[in-house]
Design a binder for this molecule. Structure first.
Ligand code: SF4
Length: 202
């Protein structure tokens, strides 16, 4: 598989090192030099956010790609996702009642990718993609929909809807996790996913 990004200056939103390791390796091997954008306020504690980021940083440095850290504000994430799902209704279902791949996750992707799109606009990036779509626990359709919506608000920014599970990247991803002994979290990130953690949340 040869990569064909729709722009020159690539902002790669990164959700964690396990999900992004093979993507970064592939991009760099093809002469692309993405900037990694860490924006994961969905993660329920600052400690967990820092733990995941600390796995990414040395890996990114090895490949010579910069990491930009967005502010971490889980309260803001809760507020946004809550407002999106309740639509102002007092009797709206609780956030914990939604399953993974449900509407809570769609809103979560919108929050994170909108922040990435705002950064892209400010810094002149013309291409946005995300490692979120590489996880088999995520809905590719939800991720791509959120990415397109986020990029649509920024003139000259295009969302790169690459399927990062294809072209051998899924097995390579698993190899890298083992080779590097990456911390591979067993829950997605928010407190609601803690209750439903899986054996190997890839
Ligand atoms: S389960 Fe994951 S994708 Fe869904 S809302 Fe929680 S952190 Fe976001």
């Amino acid at each position: 598989m040869t990569l064909n990004p729709p722009g020159q200056k690539i902002l790669l939103h990164v959700c964690c090192a396990p999900c992004s390791g093979a993507i970064i390796e592939k991009m760099v091997a093809e002469g692309l030099r993405p900037t990694l954008f860490w924006s994961n306020s969905n993660i329920c504690t600052a400690e967990e956010n820092a733990r995941r980021l600390d796995v990414l940083k040395p890996y990114a440095a090895e490949f010579g790609v910069p990491v930009v850290e967005d502010e971490y504000d889980h309260g803001k994430w809760l507020e946004y996702v809550g407002a999106e799902l309740s639509g102002g209704r007092a009797d709206a279902p609780s956030l914990g009642s939604y399953p993974e791949r449900g509407e809570r996750c769609a809103a979560c992707f919108r929050f994170r990718l909108m922040r990435a799109a705002h950064y892209a606009a400010a810094e002149g990036f013309d291409c946005l993609t995300t490692s979120l779509a590489s996880s088999r626990w995520k809905s590719l359709e939800q991720v791509d929909e959120a990415g397109r919506a986020a990029a649509s608000g920024v003139p000259s920014l295009v969302y790169w809807a690459q399927n990062w599970r294809k072209g051998g990247l899924q097995p390579r991803r698993n190899e890298i996790i083992k080779e590097r002994n990456f911390y591979n979290q067993t829950f997605c990130g928010c407190e609601f996913s803690l209750d439903k953690s899986h054996e190997n949340n890839k």
